[in-house]
Design a protein around this ligand. Structure first.
Ligand code: TXA
Ligand code: MG
Length: 343
């Protein structure tokens, strides 16, 4: 398939979004930007089109897709009436980097839900994404645009080669804003369970008076015994081929000396905060930003680069677990395959 490329880095082109919406309606795939990461989308009501997403990504059949809607009307067409708590969450956090698991109506094909009776619903706030769904006038199923197991795509240059020829159009809006995928939640026994942490934090949800629980698989390693609530949690994800480790202490000097100790006698690449960059005197190092927001914005693109350095070990500076730090720890623990030292 010929892949059309639309550059909307500086300006939205509604004609080209219309063009992409037509491709969606023809059953083809479109890569489009959201505020979190790029998505690879298909008409969520078209079973065959959705099956092609699994093929293009090499995604496990039992890992359900998130369905993106443009507004509440469209949401009501695909799910049963939300409970009071669910409604409160929707009214507060949608549109935005937030996905809520709700009871699916039958019009959602089984390949989208992976046979579950629930579906993840997300209303993106990014204008291009919202227009694409609105113009297509159909919900769009879209996982992150990356080959399964790789870091999610946060800029087109990182993922173009993975999907060239497999999708009808690519809409390039430059680097995404947030850089980590949406917060996924499910309401269970009147509590909000976070299944995947993201920009909308535990603290944000508590602020609206709801009780929040963090799923134990977020920072723990899936032991293969129990059934996971979010199938995506059991797969290898984000990990480069080079061995990675994360080291953290609240006491920065302690963290830095431990990193130096681990780096000793090895060829290493150190991924560190900008302000610590000059404290390491090894040959290979990458700045990841200073704030949690900056780190979220940069981290997937950095993880995609590390194999090019041909080092024995990648050492990543860790960070606190609250706020957006929970999402970063969740992704980085997987990238390091749980190779983590916390002092
Ligand atoms: O920010 C995002 O959410 C991006 C953009 C493109 O919107 N999408 C994204 O989709 O990250 P994906 O497929 O890469 O991740 C979806 C996650 C997976 O871990 C999946 O297992 C979980 O959500 N999920 C989807 N439907 C579910 C359901 N019905 N129950 C539990 N977990 C579900
Ligand atoms: Mg993904």
């Amino acid at each position: 398939m010929d892949t059309k490329y639309f550059n909307m880095k500086d300006k939205i082109n509604e004609d080209k979004i219309y063009d992409s919406a037509q491709e969606i309606l023809k059953g083809n795939l479109v890569i489009f930007p959201t505020e979190t990461v790029y998505g690879i989308g298909a008409n969520a009501l078209d079973e065959n089109a959705c099956k092609n997403i699994f093929k293009a990504k090499g995604r496990a059949q039992d890992n359900p897709l998130i369905v993106h809607v443009s507004d509440i009307n469209m949401l009501n067409k695909v799910v049963e009436k939300p409970s009071e708590i669910e409604e409160k969450l929707i009214n507060t956090f949608c549109p935005g980097p937030f996905t809520i698991i709700l009871k699916a109506k039958n019009i959602i094909p089984k390949s989208v839900t992976a046979g579950l009776d629930t579906v993840g619903i997300r209303m993106p706030s990014k204008k291009i994404a919202n227009l694409l769904i609105k113009i297509a006038n159909t919900p769009i199923a879209a996982p992150s645009a990356n080959i399964s197991g790789r870091p999610s795509g946060t800029k087109i240059e990182d993922i173009r080669n993975e999907f060239q020829g497999k999708v009808a159009t690519i809409i390039d809006a430059g680097e995404v804003d947030i850089g980590v995928e949406s917060t996924v939640v499910k309401v269970m026994n009147n509590k909000v369970r976070i299944l995947r942490p993201g920009k909308i934090t535990k603290e944000d949800i508590e602020k609206i008076g709801l009780e929040v629980e963090i799923d134990k698989n977020i920072l723990g390693k899936y032991d293969g015994k129990e059934k996971v609530l979010s199938p995506g949690m059991k797969y290898r994800h984000y990990a480069p081929n080079t061995k990675c480790m994360m080291i953290y202490s609240k006491d920065e000097e302690k963290m830095i000396s431990k990193i130096k100790e681990e780096a000793n006698n090895k060829t290493v690449l150190i991924i560190c905060k900008d302000k610590n960059y000059n404290k390491y005197n090894c040959k290979y190092k990458i700045k990841m930003g200073n704030t949690l927001e900056e780190i979220a914005h940069n981290i997937f693109s950095i993880l995609r680069k590390v194999d090019k350095y041909n080092v024995d070990l990648v050492i990543i500076e860790g960070m606190e677990e609250d706020g957006l730090g929970l999402a970063l720890n969740n992704r980085l623990l997987r990238a390091c395959e749980y190779n983590y030292i916390k002092l």
